[in-house]
Design a protein around this ligand. Structure first.
Ligand code: SF4
Ligand code: SF4
Ligand code: FES
Length: 479
């Protein structure tokens, strides 16, 4: 920590931080566009202008090192006028688009125009008007809204490792465009739209779906892989509309990949809300008694899957299933990457598409022999009851035991199983996932579940309760 003066008051700040973040941590906001904590500094937008004591000119805060004794002025008339000048230049060609722009309500340009702009325009000429372009599978650019902050180009080059975008022409003619004929195909087209501080880069998948202020938000964790990116869920009419990045500077989490970000349809569509028996919809009052009979008659039970479930559900399943008083084996790992330290598929996403594989280890939800041993024992008739939690039925399963599939959606495995059981999605409950680095992260309830829909843990609790009641009835009958 070092001591610096901000507007005449001394503060202790972290010298490892960029000046913009260091002063924000002690309560002073400096407006900016091109600065981003995980990208290189370019000082291109000139929005972060401040005065530095002993320096005759206003200067960019983003490229000023934080050092002992630094004294900066962030609110003088000169600073405010300089920022107004920057805003006036940036808005010279910007259309009056906010009412029809998807970014409105979460746009840095809009926010800074209100907080640091002049409020009036002296620009009397015709504005530049360039047609928008498709530059990716799921990405378009509205050139008129671009302020040439270069964030998109740096993000691709420095983090994604591709250089699809470039800055062409100069001055008034400057334009961000594709560096070659090929459109963008990578896993970070949503992140490009996110990182753009204006509505210049937008995704088709979310375009014109809703105004951002109509969403209900909740703090959550992405369900797509073992990285466990922090997300904010955006829900409207009890439907998931989108996931947005929830920045976590401490963990260096600023982005989402497209695979995780856009995988939301399963939360809204094709949901499993009724119990199933032999491929046909049924009722809990018919299915549960039959499952209870299978438990009572079973020699050995296996529970496979569960790495999509919260730690709280896993602990409940384990405690309740152990109380069946049967030989029982748990195995959450159903694919190879879960057996090894997860590999990075790219700079963010891992090869393990489960959010809680690490949590299953911490809760001893894995067996010595792994999934292969369970399939073998089932095929040999040693395991006669198999619960599968939100996974496919293993392809090489051939035994004649009973299969119960717990799932959030109507899948082939639900239809192929002897019994299907509907359960809540992660968004319909609170809980924690443990990510690949062992960090336990909380997610909040985002969508109100259908009344009576159990979580996976609740379902096992109900089985155990009804088993105990059956035993009691039997004991009373025997007396
Ligand atoms: S498209 Fe967006 S991120 Fe890229 S330079 Fe323009 S304003 Fe910046
Ligand atoms: S990297 Fe993993 S956790 Fe992060 S957004 Fe993608 S799928 Fe979700
Ligand atoms: S944020 Fe400092 S110049 Fe852009």
């Amino acid at each position: 920590m070092v001591t610096i003066k901000i507007d005449g008051v001394e503060y202790k700040v972290d010298e490892k931080k960029n000046l913009i973040d260091a002063v924000k941590a002690v309560g002073t906001d400096i407006p900016y566009f091109c600065y981003h904590p995980s990208l290189s500094i370019v000082g291109m937008c000139r929005m972060c202008l401040i005065e530095i004591e002993g320096n005759p000119k206003v200067q960019a805060a983003c490229n000023t090192p934080v050092k002992e004794g630094l004294s900066i002025i962030t609110k003088s008339k000169r600073v405010l006028e300089s920022r107004e000048g920057t805003m006036e230049f940036l808005l010279a060609n910007h259309p009056l688009d906010c009412p029809v722009c998807d970014k409105a309500g979460e746009c840095d340009l809009q926010d800074n125009a209100f907080s640091a702009g002049k409020g009036v325009s002296r620009f009397e000429f015709e504005k530049r008007n360039i047609p928008q372009e498709e530059i990716g599978d799921n990405l378009m650019i509205n050139h008129n809204r671009c302020i040439v902050c270069y964030r998109c180009v740096r993000f691709e080059e420095e983090l994604v490792g591709e250089s699809n975008l470039g800055l062409f022409q100069r001055g008034y003619h400057s334009i961000i465009g594709l560096a070659n004929e090929k459109t963008i195909k990578h896993n970070y087209q949503g992140a490009l739209s996110d990182i753009c501080p204006t509505g210049a880069l937008l995704n088709h998948k979310t375009l014109f779906k809703s105004r951002v202020w109509w969403y209900k938000t909740a703090k959550s964790i992405c369900h797509g892989c073992s990285t466990g990116c922090n997300i904010e869920t955006n829900v409207r009419d009890n439907k998931m509309y989108r996931y947005m990045t929830r920045e976590n500077a401490e963990l260096g989490m600023y982005f989402l990949c497209d695979k995780g970000r856009f995988d939301i349809e399963w939360l809204n569509e094709n949901r499993l809300f009724s119990y199933y028996e032999k491929g046909m919809p049924s009722e809990s009052t018919k299915v549960i008694p039959k499952i209870l009979e299978k438990i009572q008659a079973a020699t050995k039970i296996a529970v496979i899957g569960g790495a999509h479930e919260s730690n709280e559900n896993l602990a409940l399943i384990k405690a309740q299933a152990d109380a069946f008083n049967k030989e029982i084996v748990f195995e959450a790992r159903v694919i190879k990457p879960q057996y090894f330290v997860p590999e990075q598929a790219d700079f963010l996403m891992t090869t393990d598409p489960h959010p809680n594989t690490k949590g299953t280890f911490d809760l001893s939800f894995n067996s010595q022999g792994g999934i292969d041993a369970i399939v073998k024992e089932y095929n040999e008739g040693k395991i006669d009851l198999l619960f599968i939690i939100k996974e496919d039925i293993p392809a090489d399963l051939k035994g004649s035991g009973t299969i119960v599939v717990l799932h959030t959606n109507i899948t082939t495995s639900v239809k192929d199983a002897d019994f299907g059981v509907p359960i809540k999605t992660f968004a319909e409950q609170t809980g924690t996932f443990t990510n690949k680095n062992g960090i336990k992260q909380k997610f909040e309830l985002a969508i109100q579940p259908l009344q009576g829909l159990p979580s996976s843990g609740d379902f096992f609790k109900r089985l155990n309760l009804e088993l105990s009641m059956k035993k009691e009835e039997l004991a009373i009958g025997n007396n």
